[in-house]
Design a protein around this ligand. Structure first.
Ligand SMILES: *Cc1c(COP(=O)(O)O)cnc(C)c1O
Length: 215
């Protein structure tokens, strides 16, 4: 399936007006598809798998901002630490400490988002308020990471009231623990991004709407 240029153009125009950053989620898609959007000016791309990201990063232009949006295992942090722009899914203190350690080795400060548990589905990852509180109190000791905000995934459901409620709980958490002056709120995907933006998202991760459905 070819890249949906019309959808991309419409979304980008809308997001520019609303001050929302579009992360084009290119997992499982070929480098040609990424280049098609790159050539139209897109620079933020999101990937879920470490090895796939490393391979793509080596072949594609250096000014791409790579977002890691998958579930990151501590032992793989070092593979993406030299170049990753933003790690969205930090869901444990252990992972945050490892990112800090790898950042320190490289003399590089690595930007992260805490993944908040907001969905009713228990298959999703994320931190609860107590864990965020504990990370907030240890933050000043980690000099090679910056927590720039939060990320969350709503339940995969057609119940839009439920989705809205979950996004609202992420916004609430971000207000309680702002971490920085203007926090990044990464929420919304192909199926639920309009609700996410209504609820205050300023970074949306869209895959299938741009690149077609995945296997
Ligand atoms: C795959 C993925 C997306 C993109 O999903 P689409 O439904 O294809 O837009 C967004 N966020 C995360 C965390 C993902 O894993």
């Amino acid at each position: 399936m070819p890249v949906n240029i019309a959808a991309f153009t419409a979304i980008r125009t809308q997001f520019e007006q609303q001050g929302v950053t579009l992360v084009a989620v290119s997992k499982t898609k070929p480098v040609e598809d990424i280049l098609a959007l790159y050539n139209l000016g897109q620079r933020d791309f999101g990937e879920n798998y470490v090895q796939e990201l490393v391979t793509k990063q080596q072949t594609l232009p250096n000014d791409i901002r790579w977002h890691f949006i998958g579930h990151l295992q501590s032992n793989k942090v070092k593979m993406i630490a030299p170049f990753v722009h933003l790690i969205h899914g930090v869901d444990s203190e252990k992972l945050l400490r490892e990112i800090n350690k790898q950042g320190a080795k490289l003399h590089r400060n690595i930007s992260c988002l805490l993944q908040v548990y907001i969905a009713e589905e228990d298959t999703k990852f994320g931190l609860d308020a107590a864990e965020i509180q504990s990370i907030a109190s240890l933050q000043s000791t980690l000099s090679s990471v910056t927590i720039k905000g939060m990320m969350g995934m709503a339940s995969f459901t057609t119940d839009t009231a439920q989705v809205r409620k979950e996004f609202r709980s992420l916004m609430q958490m971000s207000k309680e623990f702002p971490f920085v002056a203007a926090p990044i709120i990464s929420m919304g995907m192909s199926n639920d991004y309009p609700i996410a933006i209504e609820e205050g998202s300023n970074m949306v991760r869209i895959g299938s709407l741009l690149f077609g459905s995945r296997q």
